[in-house]
Design a protein around this ligand. Structure first.
Ligand SMILES: [Mn+2]
Length: 609
């Protein structure tokens, strides 16, 4: 049997396809950042190790795949997305999720409520945002660690910057090499006093110093370094001239200086080069409350490291503004480019750091990919889709898609609904369907084929509907009527709402047009609102800049349709359907917008040019 021998395994997503049953056991993903943190925190001053530093901030970029239907989603579109995402998940693609880019209509709402299936995640648009590009699980540093430790992490991890955070992970400031250099310039400027904040405990950590006597080790004070390099009398003069309480004196093996420094009550005496102090001096230091540390380094190195012992918070850049995950890439590009490190932290509503976005992240593919169901034309797809890789398209409409940069799974069958295709895929992959999934797929078929009456209905749809009906105990006729009744309510809604509910845009040559569709139980309810409808169509045509806008109203009991149309007069004069009224035509026996109406309309456009 397959067993995991080591705790860290990285598994390629492709591999999961072949071992779907192993997924839960082997999906352990290695985050290099964690290792850096572990090394930096656990092994004291040892260098963090990294095998491939450049990839460090991107190990976590697992892609999220959205299974999504068209705008103005109908029942087929919504249930296809739900069912196909479930099939993909069962097959091991745990990162596949159903999504929708519009409200669920009344009919779909009825179907989902009846089988207690939650609607897909609502995503209004996919215009590139920070969250689709940023790296998650960023390496951050606590605000109180010594600057030296933070610099080690910054340098060894090959990071461009490090967010400095408080105890709750909230952003305080940002450490980058420029900020560090500016801060250091201030500290070493001979014209300034060279005062910097530190504490005895920070010095112990940074120097790896041996404490001999320590007082108030956690208290941060404004320190000043004195190196006892002078001859004794000159040193005494120099020390006397300083304000003593916060002085740190660095000196090697010079007993006379040790004693004087303790007598004069400097704050910290650092004995360099690993020298020792006598027991009497230790006692004297305890009396005078002077801390004594033994540094393993020579005086010059000790001096530098002491400067680096400041809490990192004092070196951070506070002028840089962080990003938010919902910021549009288009609006933050300048901010990112102008940030010194071309890399900025991303914070949530509580200012907690949740990611990092760097310029190089924008060069990479975003970590969202798309599976389109029930549509293939970009005009019907969620806004911004062109920025993402399309993995698959599963559809039953005419082809109107652009080229792709990669080979993709493309399933397009001339059947009555995408639900028919999805249900077939369950069978092909030998994956049993939950009863709820079978029920909503049946609803998808019955909704799109007008209870198997529309001209688009094929033998495959009939067979699949029979099959789904048998495993769900739902009668095709009764269930079909329930579904249709749930949607006929739209006749009482506002005209703009009726027109928007199932509106599709089409293009023919340089012209665009819209055709909305609605089903009714009797024509009477819609004919009562004829003038309203025509006014609404005129508004829609103007708003969308279309050649014309039309509404196809289908009577699902009589199985006829009516076409309301407003727009270009020359075009309309070429329509040959029987006229019921000005701008109203009878479509005898026509039920399918896609198969029966659109080809005629596009032909009229071509002929009327
Ligand atoms: Mn469909």
């Amino acid at each position: 049997m397959f067993r995991v021998a080591f705790p860290l395994i990285y598994v390629d997503r492709e591999a999961l396809l072949f071992y779907p049953s192993c997924t839960s056991r082997i999906r352990i993903i290695l985050h290099t950042q964690h290792i850096i943190e572990m090394n930096a925190n656990n092994s004291g001053r040892k260098s963090p190790k990294l095998t491939s530093p450049r990839s460090a901030q991107h190990m976590d970029r697992e892609k999220k795949v959205l299974v999504i239907g068209h705008k103005n989603p109908d029942t087929d579109s919504i249930v296809s997305a739900i069912a196909y995402a479930e099939l993909k998940q069962i097959m091991g693609f745990a990162n596949c999720f159903a999504a929708r880019c519009g409200n669920v209509n009344l009919q779909t709402e009825y179907v989902l409520m009846r089988f207690e299936v939650p609607p897909p995640e609502f995503i209004n648009e996919l215009i590139p945002k920070v969250k689709y590009y940023m790296s998650h699980m960023p390496t951050t540093v606590p605000r109180d660690i010594p600057l030296w430790h933070a610099l080690e992490i910054l340098n060894k991890g090959n990071f461009k910057m490090l967010p400095i955070v408080d105890g709750e992970g909230r952003l305080q400031s940002i450490l980058h090499f420029n900020a560090f250099a500016q801060n250091m310039l201030k500290k070493i400027d001979p014209n300034r006093k060279g005062i910097f904040p530190t504490s005895v405990s920070h010095m112990v950590k940074t120097l790896g110093a041996q404490p001999v006597v320590i007082f108030e080790e956690e208290t941060i004070f404004s320190a000043q370094i004195v190196v006892a390099a002078y001859e004794f009398d000159a040193f005494k003069e120099h020390l006397d001239a300083m304000s003593l309480p916060n002085t740190i004196v660095l000196v090697g093996n010079r007993r006379d200086v040790h004693e004087y420094v303790i007598e004069r009550q400097s704050r910290v005496l650092v004995v360099t080069g690993g020298s020792s102090v006598s027991r009497e001096l230790k006692k004297l230091a305890e009396e005078k409350r002077v801390s004594i540390l033994i540094s393993p380094y020579d005086t010059s190195t000790t001096s530098w490291l002491t400067l680096y012992s400041s809490p990192v918070a004092h070196t951070g850049d506070t002028a840089l503004k962080p990003l938010r995950e919902d910021d549009y890439i288009g609006t933050i590009k300048t901010q990112l480019m102008e940030s010194v490190s071309r890399s900025l932290p991303v914070v949530d509503r509580n200012d907690k750091v949740i990611g990092i976005l760097s310029q190089s992240d924008l060069m990479r593919d975003p970590h969202i990919e798309i599976i389109m169901v029930d549509h293939n034309e970009r005009a019907q797809a969620i806004d911004g889709i062109e920025h993402y890789r399309i993995q698959e398209i599963i559809d039953h409409h005419r082809l109107g898609n652009d080229h792709t940069n990669h080979p993709i799974i493309f399933i397009n069958k001339p059947v009555g609904s995408t639900s028919t295709i999805i249900a077939t895929l369950f069978q092909d992959y030998r994956v049993p369907m939950r009863k709820e999934i079978a029920s909503i797929l049946l609803a998808g078929i019955l909704s799109d084929t007008l209870i198997l009456h529309s001209a688009t209905t094929t033998e495959k749809d009939r067979h699949m509907a029979e099959f789904l009906s048998s495993i769900t105990d739902l009668s095709i006729d009764t269930f079909g009527k329930n579904i249709m009744e749930a949607s006929s309510l739209v006749a009482h809604e506002s005209v703009d709402y009726i027109l928007s509910l199932d509106m599709k845009r089409f293009g023919e040559g340089k012209f665009a047009f819209t055709v909305s569709q609605v089903e009714v139980v009797t024509f009477k309810e819609i004919m009562d609102r004829k003038d309203d409808i025509l006014e609404g169509l005129e508004r829609l045509q103007g708003r969308t800049g279309s050649l014309f806008s039309a509404l196809m109203v289908t009577d699902i009991t009589e199985l006829d349709s009516i076409l309301f149309i407003k727009g270009d007069r020359f075009f309309i004069s070429h329509i040959r359907y029987p006229k019921m009224d000005e701008h109203v035509y009878l479509l005898k026996g026509i039920l399918s917008r896609k198969k029966q109406l659109i080809p005629i309309l596009t032909e009229i456009i071509r002929n009327s040019q």
